[in-house]
Design a protein around this ligand. Structure first.
Ligand code: IPM
Ligand code: SF4
Length: 430
């Protein structure tokens, strides 16, 4: 029998902190927590089942419509009549219930919620999408759930979950030029392993390094280690500079309990690439470039909730400026949101990319999960800035996907083979 009289005030991890604050009592890893949910997000692909659960199974309306968002992003604009029908139903449901709707072209759910201020430090944000860990970039407990749990949260304003164990990820040293947050994220997944943090909260101690967008890249990839949440501890004035109010209680306590702890020395990191067909199959780009010399890259995709932000497009444009995409290679660039697109239009980035031969697409998920806009044929090779390279992810099961940073993707587009930005600069004698 546990000693129920013992005081339970122990140092807490960030996940324990947030789940305690939004519940009725202090909770620790392993406890069952019933918590208030600050935002519930539903994506187009799941909207039909969500609506069915709400109306048929629960016979309920959203308790707080302003805390529910539907985003039409995964297959946008619609690709088939049945997709169009599902999206029509989602629009009608939003009009009827008053939940917020972000329609075709507004962008990828996670980017949109962040831009709309629908994820804040200390909040609990549930999404019907596995990459909802992304909200951890701003110290929100973001987590993906299925249609049933999402519907229950929308109907009741609450959810219940087992408080996850936490893994502590320490980042030390400084990145060398040309190495990005994506490389850190891929390295983190390699070290943790594809299921190395299953149902755990990955708590990333990054100090005051990294922009909000870079923190999104780090938190986004956490789910590729199986994580329930990915929380980047706010350091220095990083989040306040973006206008967030960071409550003091959100920080993890000294002496909190972690089930694993890893340290990544950023100063030794090279540009990294995940080879087919698991995200944790991570190598140096230079190693893959050398061993795969002559391998034609058919498609390069720059975009997604991992790397489709303005800073990512800037990284790509810096490599592509004044250069051309290699003959026989397609370069698809899809901004993560309408705001990103607008800024990239205004500052000339999209012109640079277009002049280099890029094909620009509607803000949204694009071909990330192989539903439209860039599906791969058998035998084709793609280098993508996304987060998943599983068999069949972007189309045919015999297509191969390599994951990398926007700069490496851009250099690869110029070369038509896996390349580093320096290879491209040398090639034209720049
Ligand atoms: C469609 C959606 C449910 C899915 C997810 O959960 O992640 C998709 O976004 C993905 O990246 O595979
Ligand atoms: S961009 Fe890709 S990973 Fe992100 S939500 Fe869309 S399909 Fe999922």
């Amino acid at each position: 029998m546990p000693d129920m009289s013992a005081p339970r005030q122990r140092p807490q991890t960030m996940a324990e902190k947030i789940l305690s604050r939004r519940g009725e009592q202090a909770v620790y890893a392993g406890d069952l927590a019933v918590v208030e949910v600050d935002q519930v997000m539903v994506v187009d692909s799941i909207a039909q089942s969500f609506i069915e659960r709400m109306e048929r199974d629960l016979n309920a309306r959203p308790k707080y419509p302003e805390r529910v968002s539907i985003v039409i992003d995964h297959v946008a604009p619609a690709s088939t009549v049945s997709v169009a029908q599902a999206q029509k139903e989602a629009r009608e449901y939003a009009a009827k219930t008053g939940v917020q709707l972000f329609d075709v072209g507004r962008g990828i759910c996670h980017q949109v919620l962040m831009e709309e201020g629908l994820a804040k430090p200390g909040w609990i944000v549930l999404g019907s999408d596995s990459h909802s860990t992304t909200y951890g970039a701003v110290a929100a407990f973001g987590s993906g759930m299925g249609a049933t749990d999402i519907a229950l949260a929308a109907a009741s304003g609450k959810t219940w979950l087992r408080v996850p164990d936490s893994v502590k990820v320490n980042l030390s040293g400084e990145l060398r030029p040309g190495v990005s947050a994506k490389d850190v994220a891929l390295e983190m997944i390699r070290v943790l392993g594809a299921d190395g943090a299953t149902y755990q909260s990955v708590e990333i101690h990054a100090g005051d390094r990294f922009t909000r967008g870079e923190r999104m890249t780090l938190a986004n990839l956490c789910v590729e280690a199986g994580a329930k949440a990915g929380l980047v501890v706010p350091g220095g004035e990083i989040l306040t500079a973006y206008g967030y109010d960071v409550p003091a209680w959100v920080y993890p306590d000294e002496g909190a309990t972690y089930v694993q702890e890893i340290t990544i020395d950023l100063s030794t990191l090279n540009p990294r690439m995940s080879a087919p067909s698991e995200v944790d199959n991570v190598h140096d780009v230079s190693e893959l470039r050398d061993s795969l010399r002559g391998l034609k890259v058919d498609q390069v995709f720059i975009g997604t909730c991992t790397n489709g932000r303005l800073e990512d497009l800037h990284e790509a444009a810096a490599v592509l400026r004044g250069r051309r995409v290699a003959p026989g290679t397609r370069l698809l660039v899809i901004p993560a949101s309408s705001q990103v697109m607008e800024q990239a239009l205004l500052d000339g980035t999209l012109l640079t990319l277009q002049q280099a031969g890029a094909v620009l697409g509607t803000p949204g998920c694009g071909p990330c999960m192989g539903r439209h806009q860039g599906v791969l044929a058998p035998g084709e090779v793609c280098v993508s800035t996304s987060n998943r390279n599983f068999i069949g992810r972007m189309g045919d099961k015999d297509a191969r996907i390599y994951l990398a940073s926007p700069a490496v993707a851009a250099a690869t587009a110029v070369k038509g083979e896996i390349a580093l930005p320096d290879d491209v600069r040398e090639a034209v004698g720049a």
